[in-house]
Design a protein around this ligand. Structure first.
Ligand code: PEP
Ligand code: MG
Length: 758
């Protein structure tokens, strides 16, 4: 066996090519294939299983008993072969029988063989078969052998598809069901949309996998790369969102991938193994996909989507099958369906006709989500198998607010949807009309309504929704969307722009909350790759900032200089003990004194606040509050720590209620203590943006909420409708009475008074 994967695969492919070109039947070819692979890998057994009528059937073998051929059948997910097919994943075991999924088939005589390696034969991202090898001696197969097997499996998929041996014809992937279906997904970008199904990408069909002239294939890839880079450069230059801002940074990262030398090198290596340019691109992509499946890191998988986007683009260029739905143009209102999309791919669509996007994957932090939000296109993510449940042209109604989509709705459903859309639009218009009305309860109590922000553009929302200021400016956003650490001047420019846009209204800047799960690639820690099991409870936010005070000093200077002549509000995240707050404040004061000594223009006042998001801090408020100008409760983190429930874990998302008596009593105690020390207290977590929850908070005595801009209208309407005194009495009774289901009671209370709470 040659020592490099390319040489090993190449040797096998040369022999396979002859087999494939021979004028024999498909079964004879498969019989020959298992002989060649077995011989080349010196493997006692080589077998091919193919998916037929949804079941894996042994189609050819060298080494197992021939009587088992077309007799041994495994369901998907059954045994090692079934597992490989279901998970589309390679397996390499030195002792197959000790694997929990091993399923013994006496008719094959496989008890003689200990080691086992299998790779999926993939077509359109699904396994249409499994290629496996077995050995009597217990040993793991080497990387070279596995790579060779994977390359061979890739070529096999062509042979199998051409011979129509496995379940693969496009009709199998088409939906026969024509009835109405309702599906649910993950809210990525809010909104409602109605349109006809358009598949983002008719898949590129790879016609030839084995190269005739390797040098020519290499040249094809080189020119395809050049063309792709040119396209990306053009797109980044012409992005409609201007040069500044998050989107630009997103596209820059994307560009970085396009120029990644490692990627093109891997494709060239695959060409060296005897594959065509198309097959080599797909081969590298398959390998990356398999690796990514094993890494459970949402940030990495977001980057993976960018790479998929580019690989598809490259594949289209090299194969000349150019059309994405965007390039063909949208002919009517469309809902776009894709496994995932890259940000640049989304930008190619005509915004006027694109009414929504539905993805099988997708996450809140993905670049494409950020771009879609900027385009104002609703997106529903994690809708499993959607590509196989709809047909091109089907009508879809999607309502992200409701997490749902309707495929092929009935006329009644369509009418109901249109009515809801109309109501939503009308409500939105009413909220806009309310923009200039004060946020005051029916009995005259003022509740400040501020917005959460993080980017330069967000400041515009202040005027649009009529908010009282920015109650939480997440300064780490600028760090997260930058490829390098933002310099002090750049930070200062952002803060100044935001303060200018806010005018007289206050902006509360939170110092960076990075580290933990918001790791920045350009900021390595000293002990470098020390792994954190619980990043949310790890070295993050103020903890990191106090250790790395260079970062904090630069930010302090940027803030102080940006707020020259104005009042500066600074808030520290994740304060766990008073000394942390004291140290952070001293650091800023020190910078202030230094600037003063340099005769620099300073803010007319600096107001300091702390976030209460670590429960321990609630026990020492008597020590902390006398030093504070304000306190802000971060209910996102606070809830996860109070309930020991990861805030980003999908299974726990609905498990604990913000209106649980535990949280409300906790907040009640905090509010009472703040009253004693006469320190204003607000809430800046997502809880305050939900109308019913916001009502509960007002009932606890909270008089400042900082929420997402879209919630300002509905929350203000609620505030203007309630009698705060009456509500506070009701909340007191519920808390003191130990009522279990506060939610139901509050809904009933609101309903009795005709108050809309969502
Ligand atoms: C919070 O934890 O509630 C909060 C507002 O901060 P973040 O969501 O940025 O952690
Ligand atoms: Mg927080």
């Amino acid at each position: 066996m040659p020592s490099t994967p390319a040489a090993a695969a190449r040797q096998i492919l040369i022999r396979l090519q002859e087999v494939m070109a021979a004028r024999t039947g498909a079964q004879a070819k498969l019989n020959k294939v298992v002989e060649i692979i077995g011989e080349s890998l010196s493997s006692e057994v080589c077998s091919i299983y193919l998916v037929r009528e949804g079941v894996l059937e042994l189609f050819a073998t060298r080494g197992l008993k021939q009587e088992a051929v077309h007799v041994t059948r495994m369901a998907m997910g059954e045994g090692l072969v079934g597992l490989i097919a279901t998970n589309v994943e390679t397996m390499n075991l030195d002792e197959a029988a000790s694997h929990p999924d091993f399923s013994y088939r006496p008719e094959t005589g496989e008890e003689l063989f200990h080691s086992f390696a299998g790779v999926p034969i993939v077509r359109r991202e699904r396994a249409i078969g499994v290629l496996c090898v077995q050995h009597a001696e217990p040993r793991k197969y080497e990387e070279v052998e596995i790579e060779a097997l994977q390359t061979v499996a890739m070529v096999m998929s062509e042979l199998i598809a051409n011979a129509e041996l496995a379940d693969d014809s496009p009709t199998d992937l088409r939906v026969t069901d024509t009835g109405t279906t309702m599906l649910h997904g993950l809210q990525l970008v809010m909104g409602m949309g109605r349109g006809h199904v358009v598949f983002h990408q008719p898949r590129v069909h790879i016609e030839h996998t084995v190269a005739e002239d390797t040098e020519a294939e290499r040249q094809r890839v080189i020119s395809a790369f050049a063309k792709m880079r040119e396209q990306i450069d053009r797109m980044t230059g012409a992005a409609e969102f201007g040069m500044e801002g998050e989107h630009q940074e997103v596209l820059e990262t994307y560009k970085m991938f396009a120029y990644d030398e490692g990627w093109s090198r891997r494709i060239n290596e695959a060409i060296d193994s005897g594959l065509t340019a198309e097959a080599a691109i797909e081969r590298v992509q398959q390998r990356t996909r398999m690796r990514m499946r094993q890494i459970d890191d949402p940030l990495l998988s977001d980057r993976m989507h960018d790479l998929e986007d580019l690989a598809n683009r490259l594949l289209r260029i090299v194969s000349g099958q150019l059309g994405t739905a965007a390039q063909m143009g949208l002919r009517q209102d469309a809902v776009l369906i894709a496994r995932n999309l890259g940000p640049a791919e989304l930008l190619e669509y005509d915004r006027r006709r694109l009414k929504g996007v539905i993805l099988e994957e997708g996450s809140l932090t993905a670049h494409v989500t950020i771009v879609a939000r900027a385009m104002g296109v609703p997106v529903l993510g994690r809708v499993r198998d959607i590509r196989h449940l709809v047909n091109e042209g089907d009508l879809i109604l999607m309502d992200v607010t409701d997490n749902s989509l309707l495929i092929r709705p009935t006329a009644d459903m369509e009418e109901a949807f249109e009515n809801r859309l109309h109501v939503t639009q009308k409500r939105r218009a009413e909220f806009v009309a309310m923009r200039d009305l004060p946020s005051v309860t029916a009995d005259g109590q003022r509740v400040e309504l501020m917005v959460n922000a993080g980017l330069r553009e967000d400041a515009q929302a202040l005027d649009m929704v009529g908010a009282d200021g920015i109650g939480l400016f997440r300064t780490e956003f600028q760090f997260l969307v930058s490829a390098t650490l933002p310099q002090r001047e750049k930070q200062q420019r952002l803060y100044k722009d935001v303060l200018d846009a806010a005018g007289d209204r206050p902006v509360i800047f939170r110092t960076v909350d990075i580290g933990g799960d918001k790791a920045l690639p350009y900021m390595q820690r000293d002990d470098d790759d020390e792994h954190e099991d619980n990043p949310a409870m790890g070295w993050r936010a103020l903890r990191l900032a106090l250790d790395r005070d260079g970062l904090m000093k630069a930010q302090a200077r940027a803030l102080l200089e940006a707020a020259a002549g104005k009042v500066l509000h600074v808030m520290f995240p994740m304060v766990s003990e008073p000394w942390e707050y004291e140290q952070a404040r001293a650091l800023i004061e020190h910078q202030r004194a230094w600037l003063h000594s340099r005769k620099k223009k300073l803010p007319i006042a600096v107001r300091y606040g702390a976030m209460l998001e670590v429960p321990a801090l609630a026990e020492v408020l008597d020590i902390l509050l006398p030093q504070l100008d304000f306190l802000s409760v971060g209910t996102n983190d606070l809830t996860q720590f109070l309930f020991a429930a990861d805030r980003s874990h999908p299974r726990l998302a609905e498990r604990y209620d913000w209106l649980s008596i535990a949280i409300l009593r906790f907040l009640d105690r905090v509010v009472r203590t703040c009253e004693t020390y006469q320190v204003p207290v607000g809430v800046c977590g997502e809880m305050g943006g939900r109308t019913l929850e916001a009502m509960a908070l007002v009932g606890l005595g909270i008089r400042r909420l900082s929420i997402t801009p879209a919630s300002v209208g509905p929350v203000k309407a609620m505030i203007r409708a309630i009698d705060a005194n009456e509500l506070q009495a009701e909340m007191r009774a519920l808390l003191d009475g130990g009522v279990r289901d506060v939610r139901t009671r509050l809904i009933a209370w609101a309903k009795d008074r005709h108050i809309e709470v969502g």
